[in-house]
Design a protein around this ligand. Structure first.
Ligand code: GLC
Length: 485
């Protein structure tokens, strides 16, 4: 499976009568090797964080940096008093959602939504077809909740949450820099995706007005702060990983010439899943041959390096590659047909959650999982080994995740004044122990100040956040404040 076999020492030609002992010994040896490979010490975390801080500054300084630090054209925090009804369309990594958000003011809101699972085909079809599909979903939703389109006189405000790297010059414009999370729809990169969606909405005669295009992290930042004003950073740990925070315009040199007052604040979509892309001396020592394999076989080699070690899209695949390596080396599943587990990306990260949280002594959930999904019998010593491997992958993900948060916190001085980090995404919400591991690593990196940075489950950024931003933008433009953006 993997070209480089330097961690494998078990040979297929070993005497099968010695297998029970041999397998136990070899699993023990493999466990030790994997522990060495996947353990990231506090010193390593600190080194990565220092480099991360520099990457954040570089991104604010100049265009086209590894961590691009995109200004999001959301100016300052919400008041918490924003009200009104807004539609939002959320194109994330796994699902498409259309939401109707009722902002009630006082940090409260209600959401009604429809959700569609995106197919693999939709992630690769022409961009125009993807946006046409989005427009059709919005149209169906509007018909269902507002009556037939023709009866609607004033177009309804629609915020678009488009969670991919895009460079913006104003709030209702966003040029896709490159696809991430396995998407590669042709004829989209380099184009204004707000405009593409507008064209699709027009083609399908949908009575909406596209007011803003935002990233999911920006939405999460604003939604979390709307509900509780001590939330200063937002992170997504889902299919991808990324963060947003609020920066002083005076600290964003690349915005010179945009005619924005220096004393304003602006949300920044860091797009820091790209940290370490195209090679990084600090990330390299913690990358394993499994990370290299995933990267070189991805549709975007050398991109999103940090994300590929952390996010939900890849953790299950790292686990699967380790198992396949051991199958190739004749250590696991001897005499069984392993074809089901040999298919790329068939081992969902949710399975790692299940493995880590199996409450039975015999690890019966793990047994059922392998038997049901992969038609494989397992022994208890193998299941214990699997659990340890899952822990190593999950722990490394959480610890590395702390580097990005620490970098922002240290840069902004939040280690001194303290802050909450609004987090969302299936890894954060569903992976057992992720938040605790993250908090421990924050202390490893920052020391006592790390205890002042506390993550918590965020509000629905892509839905509610998008609505709050629509309301803020409307108020800003009506007040004539930076109305040209
Ligand atoms: C990927 C995307 C980024 C998004 C993140 C979480 O990193 O590039 O825009 O915020 O996934 O969904």
């Amino acid at each position: 499976m993997l070209e480089d076999k330097n961690i494998s020492s078990y040979s297929r030609s070993s005497n099968c009568f010695e297998k029970p002992h041999a397998q136990e010994d070899i699993l023990e040896q493999k466990r030790t090797e994997l522990e060495d490979m996947f353990t990231v010490s506090a010193d390593m975390l600190k080194t990565i964080t220092q480099d991360f801080i520099q990457s954040l500054k570089d991104g604010l300084e100049k265009k086209d940096q590894t961590v691009p630090m995109f200004p999001a054209f959301v100016f300052g925090w919400p008041t918490g008093k924003e009200t009104g009804h807004y539609l939002s369309l959320d194109l994330g990594g796994t699902n498409l959602r259309v939401c109707l958000v009722d902002l009630k003011g006082d940090g409260k809101f209600d959401i009604t939504q429809s959700k569609f699972r995106l197919t693999d085909e939709q992630k690769h079809q022409d961009g125009k077809d993807l946006f046409d599909f989005c427009a059709k979903c919005v149209k169906d939703f509007v018909n269902k909740h507002f009556g037939s389109s023709s009866s609607i006189k004033d177009p309804i405000s629609l915020g678009f949450t488009f969670s991919y790297p895009m460079v913006q010059e104003k709030i209702d414009h966003g040029k896709l820099v490159r696809w991430t999370k396995g998407f590669d729809n042709p004829n989209t990169e380099g184009k204004d995706c707000a405009e593409m969606l507008r064209a699709s909405l027009k083609r399908f005669d949908v009575p909406v007005h596209l007011t803003s295009i935002i990233n999911d992290t920006t939405g999460t930042l604003i939604a979390s702060n709307y509900v509780s004003s001590d939330s200063k950073i937002a992170c997504i740990f889902g299919t991808g990983c990324n963060a947003a925070y609020m920066e002083h315009v005076s600290n964003i040199p690349k915005l010179k010439g945009f005619d924005i007052p220096e004393d304003t604040d602006m949300a920044i979509n860091c797009e820091y899943g790209a940290f370490g892309s195209y090679g990084s001396p600090v990330l390299e020592p913690v990358r394993t041959k499994y990370d290299e394999y995933i990267d070189s076989h991805s549709n975007k080699p050398s991109e999103q390096m940090y994300e590929k070690m952390i996010s939900g899209m890849y953790l299950g695949e790292i686990f699967r590659l380790i198992l396949c390596d051991l199958v190739d080396d004749g250590v696991l599943f001897l005499g069984q047909n392993t074809y089901k587990i040999e298919k790329p990306f068939v081992f969902d990260t949710a399975f790692l959650s299940l493995i880590e949280s199996d409450p039975t002594d015999e690890l019966l959930t793990v047994m059922g999982l392998f038997s049901y999904f992969f038609n494989l019998d397992t022994e208890i010593k193998e299941r214990l080994f699997f659990r340890r491997v899952a822990q190593l992958i999950g722990l490394r993900s959480a610890r590395l995740s702390a580097c990005g948060i620490s970098a922002i916190a240290l840069k902004m001085g939040y280690d001194k004044e303290g802050c909450h980090v609004g987090c969302d995404g299936s890894l954060y919400s569903k992976y057992p122990g992720f938040a605790d591991r993250l908090h421990e690593a924050l202390v490893d990196i920052i020391g006592e100040g790390g205890r002042k940075i506390h993550s918590r489950q965020a509000e629905d950024g892509s839905g509610a956040g998008s609505a709050v931003i629509a309301a803020m933008t409307k108020a800003r433009k009506e007040a004539g404040h930076i109305a040209h953006r």
